[in-house]
Design a protein around this ligand. Structure first.
Ligand code: CMC
Length: 428
């Protein structure tokens, strides 16, 4: 049996054979389906990309029905248990786990680029004291483009890799400066003798002590959270990274576009929204009432539901376990009881069961972030730091793919037909 689809156009009675490759038809083949010679041909309508593959990618595998997530074939559970974020970032970008020499050189390259240009620091000082850290992050990542004009040379592999080092290295520095800017605290320079998450904690929290010593449990918990957030195939922000990058814009402005997409409450902004929601609920006894309001359509249960997962998000499972390790050091965050009760009621309720709504990555992450004393408005920034590795991995894959063309969807025009211009004095 050939892998084809036979379609009959009932408008004309014509039959067409469309090739099926990897369980997919090529949308451009639909253009052969016409009612007349001058017909443009059939289009598919899919405004939220619900059933459209926008690229071929070998980076991340996701099976939402079975709750499976793998980076380059490795199950997320194994990576979270045995790996580090920087090793995972290497894996995402290069496709294989590094050997010892490759890992040492990779870590050296990243740590060599953690400093922010002093003028970049000055730029950040210009933000208002109550500027949202995501706004500062988006603008400052975009501004990196002005410091590194070589980034435009996207056809050169070594130059591309240099921007990859810069982005992965500098985003935590920008993130911590955004935090310290809000508090009016002096910026802390990177300490490159610390691990990637350890140095981030140092830049966030160091005060007068000569050297910041991160708590090893908290440092590891943050590394695990970074691993879990590193990539998630073609989500809204990654699609933005690819879409902006497809115009051959440099990776800094493309990454700023991706970070902007992450900011929204339906995407990375959900972790902040979850904490706001848990605080609003306030107590376990109010949970049932809140669920009723969600079911009445007054609001959504933040941290629940996913476009692709129709099963428990495997990342949420690991984050829930990690939360208890963090609480052993920080003490229990009382919001966990509200979250557990919400999850319990929701998972038994027909509304959530029928719609296959399960906790997603954002449901428990905010509770850990709060236990680590991160302010709520920096939560989405904490998502952006590791996701930068995914964005650049996907961008590297896209730029290296000779078949890449500029992203340019079609539309269904719904406006008026041609009409003549009416001079202002003749308009009613
Ligand atoms: N609470 C209550 N009802 C919901 C929720 C929710 N969190 N999510 C979806 N629904 C309902 C929705 O009202 C709709 O019901 P009906 O069929 O009666 O109209 C049905 O479930 C399908 O929802 P949808 O909006 O068509 O689903 P979507 O795939 O377009 O949206 C989503 C996915 C993640 C935007 C959505 O589930 C949502 O808004 N969740 C809350 C925000 C959130 O937690 N976002 C983080 C996503 S995970 C991290 C990331 O990748 O960014």
């Amino acid at each position: 049996m050939p892998d084809t689809l036979t379609v009959t156009d009932n408008r004309t009675g014509q039959q067409y054979e469309l090739a099926i490759t990897s369980g997919t038809i090529n949308a451009s083949d639909l253009r052969r389906i016409k009612v007349s010679e001058d017909d443009f041909g059939l289009l598919s309508y899919d405004p939220a990309f619900s059933n459209t593959a926008s690229c071929k990618s070998a980076v991340t595998y996701l099976d939402g029905d079975r709750g499976i997530l793998r980076y380059r074939g490795y199950p997320i559970e194994q990576l979270a248990q045995h790996s580090t974020f920087l090793e995972v970032a290497y894996l995402l970008i290069h496709g294989e786990l590094p050997n010892k020499v490759e890992l040492t050189s990779w870590i050296n390259n990243i740590t060599h680029h953690t400093m922010l240009h002093e003028k970049g620091k000055k730029l950040m000082e210009g933000f208002h004291h109550n500027a949202h850290p995501m706004g500062m992050l988006v603008s400052s990542i975009g501004a990196l483009s002005t410091f590194y004009p070589d980034a435009k040379m996207i056809d050169d592999y070594d130059t591309r890799m240099l921007q990859v080092y810069r982005l992965i290295a500098k985003v935590p520095t920008i993130a911590s400066y955004a935090h310290r800017n809000s508090l009016g605290l002096p910026y802390v320079y990177p300490d490159n003798s610390l691990s990637y998450p350890g140095n981030f904690l140092n830049m966030m929290y160091r005060m007068a002590e000569p050297r910041y010593e991160p708590d090893p449990t908290l440092e590891r918990a943050l590394d695990v959270l970074f691993i879990l957030h590193a990539d998630h195939e073609q989500n809204c922000s990654t699609n933005a990274m690819r879409s902006v990058g497809s115009s051959r814009a440099d990776p800094f402005v493309s990454c700023a576009g991706a970070a902007a997409a992450l900011y929204g409450p339906l995407h990375g902004g959900a972790n902040e929204a979850v904490l706001t929601m848990l605080n609003e609920i306030g107590s376990v006894k109010n949970v049932a009432k809140y669920i009723k309001r969600v079911k009445a359509g007054e609001m959504r249960l933040m941290g629940f539901g996913h476009r692709v997962y129709k099963n428990y998000d495997p990342r949420a499972k690991i984050i829930k376990e990690t939360a208890y390790q963090v609480f052993e050091v920080t003490g229990k965050n009382p919001l966990i009881d509200i979250a557990l009760e919400l999850e319990r009621i929701a998972l038994e309720d027909d509304y959530f069961v029928e719609r296959k709504l399960y906790p997603n990555v954002d449901f428990y992450s905010g509770i850990i972030y709060e236990a680590l004393e991160f302010p709520t408005d920096i939560f989405t920034v904490l998502f952006a730091i590791p996701r930068t590795a995914g964005w650049v991995a996907q961008w590297m894959e896209m730029v290296g793919d000779e078949t890449t063309r500029i992203a340019r969807p079609r539309q269904i025009y719904t406006g008026p037909d041609e009409r003549d211009f009416v001079p202002l004095e003749d308009r009613e």
